[in-house]
Design a protein around this ligand. Structure first.
Ligand code: ZN
Ligand code: ZN
Length: 526
């Protein structure tokens, strides 16, 4: 029977009521399955070699073809137009779901008389509202000009960062050759559909780090190769988040750790990745890079079957705030005994879930922002979860480092204020990590803001939670240093060493996560 027009209206009402019920029952962000992510897995200046071990297909413009398993494939590119960028000096990043805070900060920066501008990042689709507003005080055509303003602000102890806006990616030609014979050429991008793996030769990793190198890597899933924002050929893998996690977790934790610790690590990494979706590499054509900057991922060879089985039951789980936002569940190797605050370590507004907690059963009565207390904490540590040397990372709980006269010359040249007479103005977060110091040199004074910059200034210290004895030359200038410190890494969020210890003691992932992220709720998001 065909329904009359009149009978359709109640049906429509019923459907609408049902739809409203479903929307109320399931938050808007709930996904059907793991989110699809695009991750840049390799970058080459102009050419690369690859093989599809079980064969597959390629497509470049209107041309396409098959690759058999023994075929040696070379992709070459010729750059024609450089990427166009604009450099912003940003001073704050604020979640757009907090409009009052945004308005308050904008008013504060406008009152300084600076030319304030904003940039919207993030997205609505992958977290409930992952949009973020960056507040900037200067836009420039070159990084050098932006750096000048950045240095000027830092000298006034205004923390800031340089944000590189991609106006357009580079352009050029791409050619594909199979077994030495060119088969197609075009503007790209080139799409590869392996069944299921592609092996890419000599992938560069950890550029700028001491463990920098090249390795052959295998990836599962479609890959596009095109001219990117860094005037190079970007290889971008499309896959799902759970597949990436099976490769990410083994690089963060040993497969010999207690299963509870491995599961905790997977949940934290999932939340961190999702909460940062679309906040980095804006305009570059992918969500994440596979380097330290975003999320270290070295492909299928990093996937541990043992770990994959352990983390499978946690699929889709992450931490939410009371307002149902995804918590940025960050982590670091060893907190040293107390965690730190996100806003002191980075340039983000204070996050009530990242306040830093004592990593101890019985917190001592110490205020680590105080120089006397921090010295006692470093020299005579209280009983902490992350100090057991039989747990991975436990040997990083306390450390020493000496800088020789030659090492100190490097510090001097990085500081740029001539021979350094004194360093003071120590400001510490709740973990004892320094977030500000001031150098007094022969040719000027300089403040260094944020823990990472302080660690880098002194040649790469394990953490910025340290006390130091200066060595001096006959003229009274500093000529070397003996550091004694606590912890490894930024110290915000979960302490990976402490989590492993607690899991070994029988804590499950829910209990461990609520220790490091007090007030958070564990939810199954997909
Ligand atoms: Zn990145
Ligand atoms: Zn710890």
């Amino acid at each position: 029977m065909t329904p009359t027009k009149r009978s359709r209206i109640p049906t429509l009402c019923l459907l609408l009521t049902l739809a409203m019920f479903l929307i109320a029952a399931f938050p808007t962000g709930v996904l059907a399955g793991p989110p699809i992510v695009k991750i840049k897995v390799a970058e080459f200046p102009k050419s690369l070699l690859l093989q599809m071990e079980q064969g597959g297909t390629w497509k470049l413009g209107s041309a396409s073809g098959r690759l058999n398993k023994k075929d040696r494939c070379e992709i070459t590119g010729v750059l024609e137009t450089h990427a166009k960028k604009r450099f912003h000096v940003m001073v704050e990043s604020l979640p757009m779901r907090e409009p009052l805070k945004v308005a308050e900060s904008l008013a504060k920066w406008r009152a300084t008389g600076r030319a304030v501008h904003t940039f919207q990042a993030g997205s609505l689709s992958h977290s409930y509202d992952g949009r973020v507003l960056f507040i900037g005080v200067g836009q420039f055509d070159t990084r050098e000009s932006a750096q000048k303003l950045s240095d000027e602000l830092s000298a006034k102890t205004i923390s800031n960062w340089i944000f590189e806006e991609i106006l357009s990616r580079s352009k050029g030609k791409i050619a594909i050759s199979v077994n030495g014979r060119r088969v197609a050429r075009g503007s790209g991008p080139l799409s590869l559909s392996p069944t299921p793996d592609v092996a890419i030769r000599k992938v560069e990793f950890a550029r700028g780090y001491s463990w920098h190198g090249y390795a052959d890597r295998r990836f599962r899933g479609p890959i596009t190769i095109g001219w990117g924002a860094q005037d190079a050929l970007d290889c971008v893998l499309t896959t799902n988040l759970e597949h990436i996690l099976a490769g990410v977790v083994p690089s963060e934790i040993s497969s010999n750790a207690a299963p509870g610790a491995i599961q905790t690590q997977a949940i934290a990494a999932r939340g961190e990745i999702l909460s940062k979706m679309s906040l980095r590499h804006i305009g570059e054509g992918f969500h994440f890079c596979s380097e330290q900057h975003c999320q270290v991922y070295s492909g299928d060879d990093s996937v541990s079957e043992k770990i994959a089985v352990i983390i499978a039951p946690t699929a889709g789980y992450l931490l939410q705030s009371a307002k149902a936002d995804i918590i940025d569940a960050v982590y670091a190797a060893n907190c040293g005994g107390h965690g730190d605050r996100n806003d002191l370590v980075w340039t983000s507004p204070p996050d009530p879930y990242l306040i830093g907690v004592w990593d101890c059963a019985i917190p001592p009565a110490l205020d680590l922002t105080n120089e006397t207390d921090v010295a006692s904490f470093i020299r005579n540590p209280p009983q902490c979860f992350c100090q057991d040397p039989t747990v991975e990372g436990g040997d990083k709980f306390r450390w020493t480092r000496n800088l020789s006269a030659a090492d100190w010359k490097k510090v001097e040249s990085a500081a740029g204020v001539g021979p350094i007479r004194s360093i003071d103005d120590f400001a510490r977060g709740p973990s004892g990590r320094l977030y500000k110091i001031t150098l007094h040199g022969k040719t000027g004074d300089k403040s260094v803001m944020k823990e990472l910059k302080i660690r880098q200034l002194f040649g790469g210290l394990r953490s910025a939670c340290f006390i130091v004895a200066w060595k001096r030359d006959s003229a009274g200038f500093i000529s070397g240093a003996e550091f004694m410190g606590a912890g490894w890494g930024h110290g915000v969020g979960m302490c990976q060493t402490g989590a492993q210890y607690l899991a070994r003691e029988g804590w499950d992932y829910g209990k461990i996560l609520s220790h490091y992220f007090p007030g958070s709720r564990l939810v199954k998001w997909y």
